[in-house]
Design a protein around this ligand. Structure first.
Ligand code: ADP
Ligand code: MG
Length: 739
């Protein structure tokens, strides 16, 4: 009997290359196979057979790459990529000029769809500069492209393919699975399906793999989109429910003089900061853990908000500890009660985790300024060492001293150090807190879920959790992935910041821009040059290609443009230590110009860097460009952002124009979603949401429906105990995507 869990071997005899291909696509069971959804549909008759192509014709062909290479034309020195593509009727050569990266993106054996003009090149019939179609990306929400050229013909599903497996193979295998399978139980409760007119799982599978008409495919896609967003929402709702059962230190924020603490800042708070602090104070009072996300553009002042939360926490003592009365009673008399309290309980503690050493060190330094007047101890713990403030060493040049890890661990374990700032060194097993009451995670998107969870791990009490991020994401996505978090937005920039000048640079103005940057460097400022993202299917290859372009661009700038300045490089092929050391040099102005990939996105503060040049700007999502631009928006000097973009199409022009005008990252994230699809949004792969789920995020109504249904269901049936199938589905989704 064939079930969803059966191995594919039970259904079909597999050729060796098919087996390998399936492993690559992570398809093992019948269920995996059925969930390998078509990326779109085509009418096979819309492709021209290669044998029938003629000179001058505009055509779309579909075939397999037999050979591909890139070289330089010896005459004109232009880069060129050459390929041979074959279908059942024959083969043709394909040439791309000035697109050397294409040869790296496409590989032998891959199926491609090419649209372009057939011409004679070196007396041979060739396809010149055709556009390629990537099977991997889903044409989001645009039904025209979902059903390319299918007016007349039959809807043939096209699947994400891999070497050894064609779309035809998938169609055949899936049809066989669907006829042989015993039963496909539906995990979504019938009343929810009815409410939103969604097909059952079995029908949806039939519709999506072999639609009779367009509306079949669409209603099936809607079902799967809802399914996924619903499961994520359920997982978050369950987490939230569990969290409220946990116990946290309830912090008396009334007895702490927050006003006084805040009045020492060298600036007045923005309204948005005040409001966020208000939210956090309310959360801290509760006896179950806070779970809040503070979201705000780069430079919106998240650190000051975090510092205030820290202050409220560490000025409290763990008097509400359940054992506090016993301990006090059994302690020997004679000690002053204040001292007794200090010795026995220590203070409540805070852990503040940042993604890099430089960032952690910067926070340590700002916290010293914020907390100097309180006499509270602060520690820094990173991979390369530990520091403690204040110092008792009279000869010390700094307000802090280096201390040994063992000593620091002891002090943290017995509660003597209330504020501990660090990198992921904070979550090592050897480190334990006595009364961890608040955990703060800066740039939270840089950490995995596991790391975030282990910082917030519970003892007798769970810490309140404050996550912070500058990644602007659209509202529907936030609702979905942060469903368990309460949200505070810093949607207002501090007053008095200089407005950044953003300029799209025409190719013939390149030299002028270099001269402008040179003037700034002469005045003692620093600059960034960012090299473009390359759309590589293979992330390792992508890193290698970008690393190469960063290194080459740095060489070129050093040799031809900025001979008199020191240039450094930063890319993701470097080790963590190498990266840190380059950032350190840049921070200390040992480097004038940093040529980098988008790794500089991380919130490092180098106020002296005031200009940024972005190469290949059209290749970045707008939200990501905005984050890059944020690197130079921190100082009191006038900042500049120069975009070198290949802005040939109207769409690119429109995007670039939006970018120069928009001031707010959230706005840009919404544009990204509507213009280019969620796939273009910063770091979305990490959320593990499928293309179809991403498609759903453009549909506010669907996302809200999924969220409301999830909340209702969890309220009605805590832990989903009445819905075992659904509970299991949520669990396996979580395991597959978030762990
Ligand atoms: P981010 O939100 O990117 O983490 P930071 O907390 O690093 O931003 O703040 C950026 C800079 O703005 C810091 O130098 C900080 O001192 C300053 N700052 C924060 N809040 C205000 C404010 N309300 N007014 C003026 N400057 C502020
Ligand atoms: Mg920050």
């Amino acid at each position: 009997m064939i079930t969803l869990e059966s191995k594919i071997d039970l259904l079909l005899r597999l050729r060796e290359d098919t087996r390998k291909g399936l492993v690559k696509l992570k398809i093992f069971t019948i269920k995996d196979l059925l969930y390998h959804l078509p990326s779109r549909y085509a009418d096979a008759s819309s492709f021209v057979s290669i044998a029938n192509l003629s000179d001058g014709q505009n055509a779309t062909i579909r075939g397999t790459i037999k050979k591909i290479e890139s070289k330089k034309s010896w005459k004109t020195k232009t880069a060129l990529s050459e390929a041979v593509v074959e279908d059942v009727s024959g083969s043709i050569s394909v040439i791309w000029f000035n697109q050397p990266y294409l040869a790296k993106m496409l590989s032998v054996g891959q199926t491609v769809e090419l649209t372009g003009k057939v011409s004679l090149y070196k007396d041979k019939l060739s396809l010149v500069n055709p556009s390629t179609r990537e099977e991997k990306t889903l044409p989001i929400d645009s039904h025209d492209s979902l059903f390319a050229n299918t007016e007349a013909g039959v809807l043939t599903p096209l699947y994400p393919e891999t070497k050894g497996i064609s779309s035809e193979w998938f169609s055949h295998a899936i049809a066989r699975a669907l006829t042989n399978i015993e039963d496909i139980p539906d995990h979504i409760p019938t009343e929810i399906l009815k409410k939103y007119s969604l097909p059952t799982l079995k029908n949806a599978l039939i519709y999506i793999h072999s639609p009779k008409k367009h509306s079949d495919a669409l209603s099936a896609r809607k079902r799967f989109a809802f399914d996924e967003i619903f499961k994520i929402n359920l997982a978050r709702a369950l987490e939230k429910q569990n969290l409220q059962k946990e116990k946290a230190y309830s912090i008396d924020t009334q007895k702490v003089d927050i006003k006084n603490f805040v009045s020492r800042f060298p600036f007045p708070l923005t309204k948005a900061q005040e409001k966020s602090i208000g939210h956090i104070m309310e959360d801290l009072e509760k006896d179950y853990p806070m779970s809040r996300l503070l979201e705000g553009d780069v430079g919106s002042g998240k650190t000051a908000v975090a510092a205030t939360a820290v202050y409220a926490t560490v000025m409290n003592r763990p008097l509400k500890h359940p054992f506090s009365m016993d301990v006090r009673a059994s302690s020997s008399a004679g000690l002053a009660s204040k001292q007794l309290e200090k010795q026995t309980f220590g203070s409540l503690q805070v852990a503040y985790m940042a993604p890099t050493e430089i960032l952690a060190t910067q926070h340590f330094e700002s916290f010293i300024k914020y907390f100097e007047h309180t006499g509270i101890s602060i520690a820094l713990i990173t991979g390369s060492g530990c520091r403690k403030f204040p110092t008792k060493v009279a000869s010390s040049q700094t307000p802090w001293t280096n201390i040994s890890r063992t000593q620091l661990q002891k002090w943290i374990a017995n509660g003597e150090i209330p504020i501990v700032i660090g990198t992921h060194a904070l979550i090592q097993k050897s480190l334990s807190f006595k009364h961890l009451a608040l955990a703060i995670i800066d740039e939270q998107h840089r950490f995995g879920l596991g790391q975030r969870k282990s910082l917030a791990k519970k003892d007798s009490h769970s810490p309140h959790l404050l996550s912070m991020t500058a990644t602007p994401i659209p509202r529907t996505l936030a609702l979905t992935i942060y469903g368990d978090l309460d949200l505070s937005l810093l949607d207002e920039m501090p007053k008095g910041r200089k407005q950044i000048e953003t300029q799209i640079v025409l190719p013939n103005k390149r030299e002028e821009v270099y001269e402008k940057v040179r003037l700034l460097l002469k005045e003692g400022r620093q600059a960034y040059v960012i090299c473009p993202r390359i759309n590589e299917p293979d992330p390792e290859l992508e890193k290698a290609v970008i690393a190469k372009s960063v290194t080459e661009e740095a060489k070129r700038l050093q040799k031809d443009i900025f001979q008199e300045y020191k240039i450094g490089v930063l890319h993701s092929k470097m080790t963590k230590d190498q990266k840190e050391s380059v950032m350190e040099d840049f921070y200390n102005h040992k480097i004038d110009i940093l040529v980098a990939t988008s790794v500089v996105e991380v919130g490092v503060n180098v106020p002296n860097a005031t200009s940024i040049i972005i190469e290949g700007a059209e290749r970045f999502g707008l939200a990501q460009l905005h984050q890059l631009r944020g690197r130079v928006m921190r100082s009191s000097h006038q900042p500049y952002c120069y975009l070198f973009a290949d802005a040939k199409t109207d769409k690119t022009k429109e995007r670039m124009k939006l970018f120069t005008e928009a001031k707010n990252g959230f706005e840009l994230a919404e544009y990204d979603l509507s213009l280019r699809g969620t796939g273009e949004l910063t770091g979305l792969k990490q959320w593990g949401i499928s293309d179809i789920g991403m498609e759903a995020l453009r549909n506010t109504k669907l996302v809200e429906a999924a969220q409301i249904s999830a909340k209702d269901l969890v309220a009605k049936s805590p832990e989903l105990s009445d819905y075992p199938l659904l509970k299991q589905a949520v669990k396996s989704y979580e395991q597959m995507h978030f762990e």
